[in-house]
Design a protein around this ligand. Structure first.
Ligand SMILES: *[C@@H]1O[C@H](CO)[C@@H](O)[C@H](O)[C@H]1NC(C)=O
Ligand SMILES: *[C@@H]1O[C@H](CO)[C@@H](O)[C@H](O)[C@H]1NC(C)=O
Ligand SMILES: *[C@@H]1O[C@H](CO)[C@@H](O)[C@H](O)[C@H]1NC(C)=O
Ligand SMILES: *[C@@H]1O[C@H](CO)[C@@H](O)[C@H](O)[C@H]1NC(C)=O
Ligand SMILES: *[C@@H]1O[C@H](CO)[C@@H](O)[C@H](O)[C@H]1NC(C)=O
Ligand SMILES: *[C@@H]1O[C@H](CO)[C@@H](O)[C@H](O)[C@H]1NC(C)=O
Ligand SMILES: *[C@@H]1O[C@H](CO)[C@@H](O)[C@H](O)[C@H]1NC(C)=O
Ligand SMILES: *[C@@H]1O[C@H](CO)[C@@H](O)[C@H](O)[C@H]1NC(C)=O
Ligand SMILES: *[C@@H]1O[C@H](CO)[C@@H](O)[C@H](O)[C@H]1NC(C)=O
Length: 610
């Protein structure tokens, strides 16, 4: 929404650190223990590789190369200024510009499916919301993987090791808005609360007036149910990403990490076999289609952190996937893993807009008034204060549907009682991408998102050319329970703003919402105007070591291979009821610990999967 105003202010100053390379021919070393492929990055991808690179670089005896397809994240104003995040996609220089297949569940709509193409991946372009998910989300992961190390209690040290909890940017007293005891105090990534806005009083007031929407002091405690203050990955009013928090500090501190930009990974290569098990330690990459193809071999491992769209694409291009389908596509099948690219899950959302009588400045004014926006930007530049330090959300709520008898006739898709069915994201202004922003008026948005969906989609190859986009089909609302939960969530958004505290503030519903009254009309409205929170997962799902399904083992090694691991959001067999960046940082912290615990001995048969 800010693109027209601000893209002219871009200054792309590439700060070249010791080990940051911008072209493959500049690499001085050809010898690496680990090669981490960020190549294509998704909303929460880029994250995994950055975390692993940072942690592994703490051991001076190993050498790491991190390969990124896009440019540096540095010196790009909309990447730094939180409120400008909406200008970073779709169809910008930092986006892969993916689209979905026509979505049957959304009246045939083709959605933009942006993905960050710069250092830090999508953590450099996302909306920064920091939510871990529920205790049941992780306990289910432990159950399906047979590895108790993925359970909530076991992961708490890794959750804390990511974070440093910081005071609010406007200095307001955050006591009662967050529980410091559940947060880290010395991790690389800063987590902070947004500045106060006038609607805080209304939303928190509603939690006191309506039993249905209780207040939750800290939604990152494992029990998120309720409405509370949003936390975000923002440091001193500035975006914090896997690039700023993990990769750049590691580059500055350690000589054993190299980062190669502008290099698109084409596939991983089989470099040998041990007892008949193929070893994949080779990586092929190029700066563009038809340019020279470079190959490097890792002494120990290739780690894919390309995200839930590109990791399956790379696996398939490398001959790892459904053998029969690979052969049809013309790719030599090496490892038969039919689940590669399957079971894709994502969170669809509907932005419910309410008209208000607001007399205060809201983000609506900033979207419309370029003078005000310029003033706010100046304030951000001089003092890191004001609206520009905000992301889109003020409060976030996580709820379970109340009347569940018919809705859950075929089972409850949530992980358990601590997991919500839907989310409410509160925005102090108009926050919708599929409706037209009016020239006048101030608005209040309750985004409802389906966070425990039952629908499953897929990522498949469109061709054998690594520069062609894969076919992305989230298959939204294909399961009847999903549209039913979304319908109930939209009704709940109406109940929230009917709290007495909103009486003088909410003056009506935006026309599209107002027209949706019956259950059938609400479902049609959802199908017509839903879009996505962009949280794809599941396309290289984790399963137990001996399971016949799944793509990666509980230690994130790719089944039936040696030397190949996946560390990104594609490994979640079930989507966490959360914005997926925090869960991805968390699994990456544990992955780094698992990898480091193998010691300094290069991999041998003793690390063969059973
Ligand atoms: C995405 O679209 C933008 C705008 O057209 C363009 O600058 C950019 O290069 C595209 N990204 C890719 C990976 O092609
Ligand atoms: C913040 O608020 C809490 C609870 O109201 C209070 O106990 C505390 O003293 C306040 N802190 C500061 C620095 O004012
Ligand atoms: C690469 O080569 C193919 C076939 O020669 C051509 O069609 C394509 O446009 C080229 N792509 C680029 C990016 O130059
Ligand atoms: C736009 O913002 C400027 C600066 O805050 C303010 O003086 C002006 O009145 C605003 N214009 C409108 C149309 O609200
Ligand atoms: C935050 O940024 C401002 C503006 O650059 C700077 O003056 C201030 O020292 C920074 N504060 C912290 C805590 O880093
Ligand atoms: C359905 O609602 C009842 C009563 O509110 C509750 O006890 C039960 O756990 C709910 N079931 C599911 C699947 O959410
Ligand atoms: C809400 O605002 C929209 C856009 O300005 C307007 O078209 C609509 O009539 C308003 N509805 C109510 C009930 O005020
Ligand atoms: C979507 O489909 C529903 C049901 O067929 C229909 O009522 C609705 O008008 C359609 N929406 C749009 C925007 O075409
Ligand atoms: C895999 O299955 C074999 C044979 O049933 C068993 O001995 C082994 O312990 C299992 N491994 C794991 C990690 O579960």
């Amino acid at each position: 929404m800010f693109s027209a105003i601000f893209l002219t202010l871009l200054s792309v100053a590439l700060a070249v650190n010791g080990a940051l390379y911008t072209h493959p021919t500049h690499l001085t070393s050809k010898s690496y223990d680990y090669i981490i492929c960020l190549t294509f990055s998704r909303r929460s991808a880029g994250v995994g590789g950055g975390v692993v690179a940072h942690r592994l670089s703490e051991n001076p005896d190993i050498r790491i190369l991190l390969i990124e397809a896009g440019p540096s994240n540095e010196g790009i104003l909309p990447v730094q200024v939180p409120l400008l995040c909406t200008s970073l996609n779709p169809d910008t220089a930092y986006d892969w510009n993916y689209t979905t297949t026509p979505q049957t569940g959304l009246n045939g709509t083709v959605l933009d499916y942006p993905r960050g193409r710069l250092l830090g991946g999508s953590s450099s372009i996302n909306y920064m919301l920091w939510t871990r998910g529920s205790r049941d989300d992780y306990d289910r992961l432990a159950r399906v993987s047979g590895d108790a190390g993925w359970a909530w209690d076991a992961l708490v040290p890794f959750m804390k090791s990511v974070e440093t909890l910081a005071p609010a940017v406007d200095g307001h007293n955050i006591s009662g808005e967050v529980d410091p005891s559940v947060h880290g105090t010395s991790g690389p990534l800063t987590v902070s609360m947004s500045m106060s806005v006038p609607t805080d009083r209304l939303v928190i007031g509603a939690t006191q007036q309506l039993e249905e929407f209780p207040f939750v002091e800290d939604m990152n405690s494992g029990s998120p149910i309720g409405m509370g203050y949003g936390q975000s990955s923002i440091r001193n009013g500035t975006r914090d990403s896997s690039a700023t928090a993990y990769i750049q500090p590691a580059l500055a501190r350690h000589k054993n990490l190299d980062v190669l930009l502008n290099s698109h990974v084409l596939r991983v290569l089989k470099t040998g076999s041990v007892n008949g098990v193929p070893v994949f330690r080779g990586v092929q990459f190029a700066t563009s289609a038809n340019a020279t193809v470079f190959t490097l071999n890792a002494a120990r491992e290739v780690i894919l952190s390309a995200g839930a769209i590109a990791t399956p694409q790379l696996l398939l291009l490398s001959g790892i996937g459904n053998s029969a389908r690979l052969k049809e596509t013309g790719i030599r099948a090496i490892v038969d893993l039919p689940d590669v690219g399957q079971h894709m899950q994502d969170h669809p959302l509907v932005a419910n807009i309410f008209n208000t009588s607001s007399q205060d400045i809201t983000t609506d004014d900033i979207q419309r008034n370029s003078t005000l926006a310029a003033e706010e930007l100046t304030q951000w530049q001089t003092s890191r204060k004001g609206f520009m330090t905000m992301t889109i959300a003020t409060q976030i709520g996580w709820f379970r549907v109340r009347d569940n008898s018919s809705i859950f006739a075929r089972g409850d898709p949530s992980a358990g009682p601590t997991s919500p069915h839907y989310e409410m994201i509160i925005s102090d202004g108009f926050a919708a991408s599929r409706e037209t922003f009016p020239n006048t008026g101030r608005f209040f948005t309750v985004v409802t998102a389906l966070v425990s969906p039952a629908s499953r989609g897929s990522v498949t190859l469109a061709s054998t050319n690594p520069f062609d986009n894969p076919i992305v089909d989230p298959n939204f609302f294909s399961a009847p329970v999903d549209i039913a939960i979304m319908r109930e969530a939209i009704k709940a958004s109406r109940r929230l703003v009917s709290a007495p505290v909103f009486a003088d503030y909410i003056t009506g519903e935006f026309p599209l919402l107002a027209a949706a009254q019956t259950d059938a009309e609400i479902e049609a409205y959802a199908r017509s105007y839903a879009t996505t929170v962009l949280h794809p997962v599941g396309t290289a799902a984790m399963s137990a070591f001996n399971a016949s399904n799944g793509v990666v083992n509980p230690d994130l090694t790719v089944k039936g291979t040696i030397g190949l691991r996946v560390v990104d959001s594609s490994i979640f067999p079930f989507i966490p009821a959360a914005h997926t960046q925090a869960p991805t940082y968390i699994i990456a912290e544990r992955a780094a610990s698992i990898i480091a615990s193998h010691g300094s001995v290069p991999f041998t048969e003793s690390f063969l999967p059973v």
